[in-house]
Ligand binder design. Sequence first.
Ligand code: SF4
Length: 473
Amino acid sequence: MGGFFGVVSGKNCIKDIYYGTDYHYHLGTRTGGIAPYYNDNFTLINKSIHENYFRPQFISELKHKKANSAIGIITDDYDRATVISSRLGKFGIVAVGRANNIDEIVQEAFESGVSFSVKEKGHDFPQATEVVGKYIIGHESRSIEEGLIKAQERIKGSFSALLMSEKGIYAMRDRLGRTPVIIGKKKKAYAAASESFALDQLGYSVERELGPGEIVFFDKSHIEQVKQPGKEMQACSFLWIYYGYPNAVYEGMEVSQARMRCGAALARNDTVFADFVAPIPDSGLHHAAGYAEARDIHQRFPISKYSHTWARSFTPWTQEKRDEIAQKKLTISPTMLKGAKVIFLDDSIVRGTQLRNLTSRIRKSGAKEIHMRIASPPPIYPCEFLNFSNTKDSVLAGIKAIQEIKGSASIDDDIIKEFLANGSERYNEMVENIRQKIGLDSLAYQKLEDMIESIGLPKQNLCTHCWDRSSYS
Ligand code: SF4
């Protein structure tokens, strides 16, 4: 995944870009980039944020800088902020998402004589942002506006971008609106962000969210539409369930409220007895609050996250590293857990390995019964549209369970479909297989229709590909 921030201002906006980009840190762990523009000069700073937080990495280089406009990005891959000098002028570009046909676009570019810079050691394929940036100003484009529209039509997948020219910033939301782009305004400044709360935090009032595929241009004092939004939308459901920030609002639906409704929906279908309800932090917090409220069972917090020194475990290096970080940052209270029957709430189970380790630690702390309620259905199909985790279908807990039940690693779509209907005999077998492996006393997942209702948007406006492969590209 990733998130971006861009600003054009009548004042020095270096602080806004620094904090505005940093408020997207929860969306990526690998690379941070900032491109400020000041007095006709573009600067470019990209750094790895693998081993360090974003702000300490950038403070020394930004504290003496000034900017009239700037764009910034946090990503989970090697893509980064890019500045390109072209016949249509100089511009900086940052992008979020995934261009699935990037190899094809690169090949065409090579054939017409375009070259790309090599990224970093061990990763010398061209980065998508540079490829798309060069596509935008390709020889067939008479303007940046035309290039953006062509790029949006050409890219398969999902590609939202901020392009900063000498005049201002173009903000483009991906064709089907899988990722958000929100426009904010304050005195003599306009900004665009992936997360609405980043705008609130910096004193911007939210002007509006771009529609799917919409492109706008803004400078410090005005905004204009370059391309109207399309009619079809496929906003990523996981924004509300897992990776969006609690106070963020997408399509008018606040994340924390959607999570509360998810918890309440799980509660409606549940009768298991427990001494208390507890979240798996952080993303289980609001799911648990909604569940506890709906069933009138009080909440306790036997698991606390030690996040002061441990980076989050979204997509670091290897599975072993992810598991290690996940275990180290979650601390457990044996005093609260000893002899207790507990209903835990979490957002999703992807592989199940981290939850298995955590369950074993909870059990060792003396918990008598461990019941797990999951705010989304078992993911069955890996994401094809965003760089949302690097999970292959063969390691998804649901797929592994189906393979084990069928006694074969080769399972086709017809077989998978047998297991998808919540409550069916096959579905229950799959859940039981996962429950046993994790070591829980009971396990229940959200029904897809209840998750959609909790988010609050019509199904046709949401991407639910992870669960039913129904989304389009
Ligand atoms: S496939 Fe899953 S993670 Fe990817 S956009 Fe769709 S719902 Fe989101």
